[in-house]
Design a protein around this ligand. Structure first.
Ligand code: MCN
Length: 793
């Protein structure tokens, strides 16, 4: 670590692979998670959940539970209603004419998914609370259930909410239908595919957990919880409880991963807080893994028919897509976003497509509500376009890479407006493709493939050229398209009199290494030693405002807020320095933490010295207030659009369907990198999750709406031994519109990997005439596809 101005001049921190400062605490087990906390007097809440996917509640008898030893209270929906708390989850993303049936914290008359909370019990310890829940007697009248979105729109499907008799919550579209239909008419060839982006279970290491402590003497509610966005959760809870926001503090201690599953309001967290308000005691709730699987929002859940129209020369003429988005039993906080703006706007991918039309139906089903899950709409879009691109190339007998190259948005056409209304900020798609091809040696791979086919062995090469939208904003546009929040970020940079610095940011990292990267950013901006900078996130009392961490927004939006705040600090420091050096501000130069008089470098003052003067306040320029700090609200000008090329090489055993993942090559471009080591870690983790969707993971329900994959025994997550050594590299195409030139990287792998691996497996099985297999490509599904194959190699 550089410890002097001279050393820093030689080594800027931005762009350096600085070790994560978060790791020692985590690796030594000293980090504090919510479940490690147990203030005196803590009692425990357990939740009785519906075991049925769809049923009418006829009666609830809590008397036996109430009589158990150590049980403090048992509550049902009637108790919530009597407390005057509104107690409903409201969506934060609205679409025109969206049907909004109420989503109560505790089920009222009906349950609409397995796992929906029906009652809670609070007891002196976790085990008694759980026993009490077992003693609650609920009589249900079971109803027919439907757990697939397309099926739920069938005429004879059961109605889930009276407000939406056909189960359709919203119909939404984007693009020009007429022009797209005409382009399909005129095109030389069309290719179509039916595909499914299956539901996924978010599997954070730490399931959701909440410790709520209402202190009546201060009339204050302090909530520690696993959250990705404490300020949003404070707002959700304040609304659901009708509790004053300013009297409520939400803190995210260490959060054992989120992957999107901790940015929505769920009944359980607010119920914990509500119980604390009722009992005036600290109340804790911690989901078990099985409980988490039925109650934490599932990811994805889309069924799509997608068509592409192409000319003989390989140019894409049009895309036409129809998608059913599965909302689950209720509208979750972000539920309506994913199948609409989160997904459909990104359908053109890296390609210059003039005509696009996408129609979306958002549908209620008797399954756990869907929520953002790493990628949140963009993996679904990338899967559609990247499958279509490969299938179209096959139809035209073109190398899939060349088909893609022919249709790329050219590097000199940025900013590029898409047919879906986005403006891609910057890109150089040929560059990542070229580098990935160089690493893979495609020619040699194609030769190997041909040779092996002679021996009855099936090698496949899959490619996916993805791009994604990250760093959501600007707030004004978010408001215009249905967001009920601003998507800016707040950063505070505060010097202490000693010259040390504390940085506060409204993002809330939970594994992404913000403490490290934000300190790197501020060290460069202020010229202060990295070790003198502390970074604070995840506490509504410490950080003035924040929108949180999701959508790979932290570095491009939160990072930019702290850059701007740092620059405001430097400006004020410059005014003070000029006063002390008796020159005008224009005559000062600031570099590496030092203000120097231009042409007289011996006359200088470090920013640390300025900080001391700013707090001494004995001699400040007229009109300058004491102290040295700045607060910035950064509202991005546009989204950022990272991109990349991933190539997968597999060998498929036709006798067993087994897939051997031989190579995984990833070349990503997230603009300027703050910390390449952290970026690489993010890429690795996300690819594993993407391979999880491609090869292993998939939610299954039975016809009654019972989750069949409700434990880790039934739901297969990728293990270290099942993923290959990744071969990674990157290119750098800065974003032109944020001060860091940085784009997000946190989700890239989950977006790129599923189509890459499916394209690889179907490439291997081309001799069998297999064009498509739905994910996850387990040995069994692949073997089955080979059994049903129409061609013989
Ligand atoms: N970074 C960088 N240079 C860039 C881009 C990013 O150095 N050009 C660094 C950032 O400073 C940050 C990290 O990479 O330390 C990720 O930054 P960014 O892409 O802005 O994403 P966020 O920090 O907003 O993280 C959100 C993203 C999402 S949406 C999910 S889901 C996700 C993910 O990050 N969940 C994670 N990564 C995760 N990692 C862990 N360990 N746990 C999760 O739950």
């Amino acid at each position: 670590m550089p410890d002097s101005i001279e050393a820093r001049q030689a080594e800027k921190l931005k762009g350096s692979p600085v070790e994560r400062r978060e790791d020692p605490e985590l690796l030594t087990g000293e980090a504090t998670f919510t479940d490690d906390m147990e203030p005196r007097g803590t009692v425990h809440m357990a939740v009785l959940r519906s075991q049925y996917g769809h049923a009418r509640i006829e009666s609830i008898d809590t008397s036996a539970a109430e009589e158990l030893d150590g049980v403090l209270a048992v509550y049902t929906a009637d108790d919530v209603e009597a407390s005057d708390a509104p107690g409903r989850i409201e969506p934060i993303w609205l679409l025109p004419d969206l049907k909004r049936p109420p989503y109560p914290m505790l089920a009222q008359d009906k349950v609409r998914y397995q796992g929906q909370p029906v009652a809670v019990a609070v007891a002196e310890d976790r085990y008694r609370a759980s026993d009490a829940v077992d003693a609650i007697d609920v009589t249900y009248d079971r109803l027919e259930a439907v757990t697939k979105a397309r099926e739920a729109t069938d005429e004879d499907a059961p109605t889930i909410h009276e407000e939406a008799p056909d189960n359709v919550a919203a119909e939404w579209d984007v693009g020009d239908e007429e022009a797209t239909d005409a382009a399909f008419e005129d095109a030389d060839r069309t290719v179509s595919v039916d595909l499914v982006n299956q539901r996924l279970l978010p599997t954070a290491m730490e399931p959701r957990v909440t410790l709520a402590n209402y202190r009546p003497s201060a009339d204050e509610l302090v909530v520690h919880m696993g959250t990705q966005c404490p300020h949003l959760h404070r707002r959700f809870m304040a609304d659901m409880l009708d509790f004053p926001e300013q009297k409520m503090r939400v803190i995210a201690p260490e959060v054992g991963g989120g992957f999107g599953s901790k940015d929505s309001a769920h009944p359980d967290e607010t119920l914990t807080a509500w119980c604390s308000l009722q009992l005036e005691r600290p109340v804790k709730w911690q989901a078990t893994r099985t409980e988490a699987y039925v109650s934490t929002g599932h990811g994805r859940g889309q069924e799509t028919t997608a068509e592409i129209a192409v000319d003989e020369d390989g140019s894409i003429q049009a895309l036409r897509v129809e998608t059913y988005g599965d909302l689950g039993g209720y509208l979750s906080t972000w539920g309506p976003l994913m199948p609409a703006h989160g997904y459909a706007l990104m359908l053109p991918g890296q390609y210059d497509v003039e005509n696009v039309y996408c129609e979306v139906k958002e549908v209620f089903t008797n399954a756990t509500p869907t929520e953002p899950y790493r990628g949140a709409g963009r993996p679904e879009a990338s899967y559609v376009i990247e499958r279509l691109a490969t299938l179209a190339a096959r139809e035209l007998d073109m190398e899939p890479t060349e088909f893609r190259r022919k249709n790329f948005v050219p590097r000199d056409d940025f900013p590029h407006e898409t047919a879906t209304g986005l403006v891609y900020d910057s890109g150089d798609y040929d560059k990542t493709l070229d580098r990935a091809l160089e690493m893979a040696d495609l020619e040699a791979l194609r030769e190997k493939q041909a040779d092996l086919r002679e021996e009855g062995r099936y090698l496949g090469i899959g490619i996916s050229c993805y791009n994604e939208s990250c760093g959501y904003g600007p707030s004004e546009i978010i408001g215009q398209i249905g967001g009920q929040l601003g998507l800016y970020e707040n950063g505070v940079v505060r010097f202490h009199p000693s010259g040390a610095v504390t940085v506060y940011c409204g993002t809330s990292g939970h594994g992404q290494g913000h403490e490290t990267t934000y300190a790197q950013i501020v060290a460069d901006e202020l010229g202060v030693d990295y070790d003198d900078i502390e970074v604070i996130e995840g506490d509504t009392d410490e950080v003035p405002m924040g929108m949180g961490t999701y959508g790979s927004r932290s570095v491009s939006v939160g990072g930019s807020a702290i850059v701007e705040a740092s620059r405001e600090v430097v400006e004020k420091a410059g005014t003070i320095a000029a006063h002390h050096l008796e020159v005008s501000e224009e005559d000062l130069e600031f570099e590496d933490g030092e203000f120097q008089v231009a042409g007289a470098p011996e006359r200088s003052m470090t920013i640390k010295e300025v900080a001391r003067e700013a707090y001494l306040a004995h001699d400040l320029p007229d009109g300058t207030s004491p102290g040295l700090e700045a607060t910035n609200f950064y509202d991005p000008e546009n989204l950022v659009f990272p991109f990349g090329t991933h190539i997968v090489v597999v060998e498929v055993d036709p006798d067993t369907g087994e897939i051997d993942l031989e190579r995984y090559i990833a070349v990503d471009d997230c603009g300027n990198q703050i910390n390449p080591k952290i970026v690489e870690g993010q890429v690795h983790g996300a690819i594993a999750q993407g391979l999880g969707q491609g090869l292993f993971e998939g939610v299954e329900y039975d016809e009654n709406g019972t989750l069949l994959t409700g434990s880790m025994q039934d739901y297969t997550l990728p293990k270290a031994l099942q993923v290959p050594e990744y071969e990674t590299d990157h290119t750098v195409t800065p974003s032109p519109h944020n001060p860091l030139g940085a784009k997000g990287i946190g989700e890239a792998g989950t977006i790129a990997a599923p189509p890459a691996v499916v394209n690889a497996v179907t490439d291997a099985l081309q001799p069998f005439g297999i064009d498509h297999i739905d994910m996850p490509l387990t040995d069994e599904t692949v073997w089955q596809a080979i059994q049903n194959a129409t061609a013989e190699p």
